[in-house]
Design a protein around this ligand. Sequence first.
Ligand SMILES: [Cu+2]
Length: 485
Amino acid sequence: MKTARFLLFALAITTLLLSACVPEPYANYLARPTVDALSSQVAEIQQQLATPEPRIGGEILGTPDVTYTLKTGGDGHMLMFYGVGGDIDGIANPTLTAEPGQIVEIRLINGQAVEHDLRIDEFDIETGPVTVEGQEAILQFRADEATAASYYCSIPGHRAAGMEGLILIGDAEVGGATGDSVVNNPANVPAPLGGREPQTVQIDLTAVEVQGQLANGTTYSYFTFNGAVPGPFLRVRVGDTVELTLANEETNKFVHSIDLHAVNGPGGGAVYSQVEPGGSKTFTFTALNPGIYVYHCATASVPHHISAGMYGLILVEPEGGLPPVDREFYVMQGEIYTDQPYGTPGEMTHDHEAMLNERPEYIVFNGAAGGLTLEDYALQAEVGETVRIFFGVGGPNFTSSFHVIGEIFDRVYPFGSITSDVLTDVQTISVPPGSAWIVEFKVEEPGTYILVDHALSRLERGLVGYLIVTGVESEDVFHEGPVNP
Ligand SMILES: [Cu+2]
């Protein structure tokens, strides 16, 4: 500390001398960069003076066999651990490896002026909080056998925001479990039908049971329509005769069926569509009521089949269709009930009792935790465009308080009714299970808008998506600083 203070003093004197000695007109030209360089060194030293000693988390076991350094950081809307030095340098949430019996040391550097820590549940160790930018923490552990463990930041919300990585000891399986992506791209909305007359429409759906990616390193045995959650967006016109065929893949283990809320008739189709693996069933209905409707599997246990992913939307367009917009998106919310706690790597199994008690571990948009935050699946629009989101809740149990952070819904079709008056200027909608609403809004400013259920605890169970808007800022609508910057 004394040396640092002396250096600070010496630098300050040198700075003064340098600025005083250089003659005009070179003073500005020469002295400025030197003074700037010195100032940044002074700032660095001040930072060191203000930074607490490294924190030691738990027991120091001895000279480490393997040392990893991680620095906290973010890329704008996510938080990460970044590797420092060696093979992990610059890698976000790097996988750390060691052999059984080795002493592993993790050095954590706080790269931000917010609190972080690092915790490993499997070894019951944590660094404790690093609260100041530049503060360091050290922890050590030794695993005697091959195992895979997660390291993560235990500050509320940070793990969900991305601060999680994997430790592999010995020949433990890499990266938990991997499965097929089941996320239905929210841009997968068929084009409007235009001014056509009613006609006969054939719809073919297939029940697909698939080990799908629920979260990073985590899979779940989904039940789906056509391999995606939600199932395909169906688009018909009022007055259409719909001939619907549901096939059940031969390799499936369960009977499946479909109940469309757009149907007038017992079971919404479920009575005619219970189909064994390897079979198919057909029924026909006339779409009498325009609107946006949920469809779902109606085979016992119905809430299990729904939570496992068997839900989707069917739009029955009114005569002439909906008013045109620039972009249409398809988003649905559901709960997933697993035996294993949220965030556990590996293959998740369905927890029937948790479902009966309505205590989901995961809550998701389009089937996967944070699925709509991934680059390929985020909603995309340009400044000045009008966006329409068909938003439905498969559930089976939770009502959604759907909200887009930073936007106001200019027009809302409550309860999916497109023959009633629209609501205007709405912040949050309340969508019960088995219902779908339509929201429309113009995007005025570029940036990332976050789709949430405003029951925000659910954000930390995976319920989050992005709408990424590109284009030119409008200073009139929103800018940093005072009125006239
Ligand atoms: Cu089913």
